[in-house]
Design a protein around this ligand. Structure first.
Ligand code: PMP
Length: 440
């Protein structure tokens, strides 16, 4: 593939379209000079955000934006209980995990209690990439194999090992020799009754290939909401594929960086929607509501061969401030009923977008506040990347922020903070109605 689907598809950093005196030009020029070309910006006219509150953002001119994109500040931008917990801990102690501290033990107990009992140990990292990198090493040591099965447009991070399992990066990156891809369980193009069986058959074919090539089968690695693939949320699809991989001696690694922490509105974790228990689970992004906190959870017998053979130390991971943030996030999700909010407001948002009834909207799907809107040619049904990209940029002009995903970058990716409200749904739907009319 020739373009970076995940990162540069809604703005090519050289295509800045100057707007009113928004003060962006000097900042863009300074970024390009100081950070170089790898650091891409979003939108043809980048946003300069200086403040956030709940599901809203404010730019340098004080204008309010609707945040339909940021799943990191998942319990709301600048959530006061998280801010207070972090501030208090920062003023008390912040050091590494080689001293005893109650914070990491208390949090681990609470985190593991959200999962099936078989998942009984946790190791900490700072980013989702690191957690996945660690999980690949753990899987490799446990299975004695190296082969990995992923979906065709997966993204799992930015270290060397996880870039090799992240085809959605596109551009000059290549997936590894030890990696095979399968189509995601595409609920738009495959009948619901066939999804699980087809997916398992594809995984079986990939596993056979890995064995034939001498790599063996180490892991099936799946983002359980298939976010970069285009958001596929049909439940109870993954079980047979997981059985196939285990039958080949491999493990199932559920990458919960996107769906985890209540986003899908029905269960805390995406894998629970499929009624499977993974061998390894990774998480990050929303875990600390903006602080870099990530983790790998697993069955202790899967972790043991690695953990007993290779010392693991991560300077910043699991420190008292990170743990205070992560603890406060779980408090806010529970106290404010954010799982239910994701379910109800997510359903209202999907209904609102469907009700617009525009023929270019081929499909509205997702679960909770992880929503994909397929933009396709009304006559032929072919993915329409150009219109998707224009919609995103025109929404930005109306101060509504989203992005795209999917194999062609044809799916509007909507995943706001979990505090999104019914009035935010109205704002979003009226802006989308306007931009669809504008591009008619
Ligand atoms: N896994 C998935 C599914 C992701 O979406 C991401 C980030 N977009 C990562 C892993 C990597 O996380 P991080 O950027 O924190 O390294």
């Amino acid at each position: 593939m020739s373009f970076s689907k995940a990162f540069s598809n809604i703005m090519d950093s050289n295509s800045y379209r100057p707007g009113a005196a928004d003060g962006a030009e000097p900042l863009i020029a300074a970024r390009q000079r100081l950070l170089g070309p790898a650091n891409r910006l979003f939108y043809q006219r980048p946003v300069h955000i200086v403040r956030g509150l709940g599901a809203h953002l404010y730019d340098a001119d004080g204008l309010e934006y609707l945040d339909g994109y940021n799943n990191v500040a998942s319990v709301g931008h600048c959530e006061p209980r998280v801010t207070e917990a972090v501030t208090r801990q920062m003023a008390t102690l912040n050091t590494h995990t080689r001293y005893l501290h109650g914070g990491i033990v208390d949090y681990s107990e609470r985190l593991l209690a959200t999962m099936p009992g078989a998942l009984d140990q946790v190791m900490y990292a700072c980013t989702g990439s690191e957690a996945n990198d660690l999980a690949l090493r753990v899987a490799e040591t446990f299975t004695g194999a190296r082969g990995v099965v992923i979906t065709a447009d997966a993204y799992h991070g930015n270290t060397a090992a996880v870039t090799a399992i992240s085809p959605s990066l596109g551009g000059a990156t290549t997936i590894g020799d030890h990696v095979r891809t399968v189509a995601p369980p595409d609920s738009y193009r495959v009948p619901a009754g066939e999804l699980a069986e087809r997916f398992a058959a594809d995984v079986a074919r990939a596993a056979d290939e890995l064995k034939a090539a001498g790599h063996g089968v180490s892991a099936l690695v799946l983002d359980t909401i298939f976010s970069s693939d285009g958001v596929y949320a049909t439940p109870d699809v993954l079980g047979p594929a997981v059985d196939v991989v285990r039958g080949h001696g491999g493990v199932f690694l559920a990458d919960e960086v996107q769906p985890g922490f209540a986003r899908t509105g029905d269960t805390t974790w995406g894998f629970q929607r499929h009624h499977v228990t993974p061998d390894l689970v990774t998480m990050g992004k929303p875990m600390g509501n903006g602080l870099p906190v990530a983790a790998m959870v697993g069955r202790s017998e899967v972790i043991a061969p690695f953990a007993t053979g290779v010392p693991y130390f991560n300077t910043f991971a699991g420190n008292p401030v990170s743990m205070a943030a992560a603890w406060a996030v779980l408090d806010v999700i529970a106290d404010d009923g954010l799982l239910g909010n994701a379910r109800d407001v997510g359903a209202a948002l999907r209904e609102g977008v469907s009700a617009i009834g525009d023929p270019r909207i081929g499909d509205v799907r997702g679960s909770g506040l992880y929503i994909g809107v397929e933009i396709s040619d009304p006559e032929t049904g072919t993915p329409d990347r150009t219109t998707a990209r224009r919609l995103v940029n025109e929404l930005r002009e109306r101060r509504v922020l989203i992005s795209v995903c999917g194999s062609e970058g044809q799916v509007l990716k909507i995943r706001p903070p979990l505090v999104f409200s019914p009035s935010d749904v109205d704002w979003f739907c009226s802006a989308l109605t306007d931009v669809l009319a504008l591009l008619a």
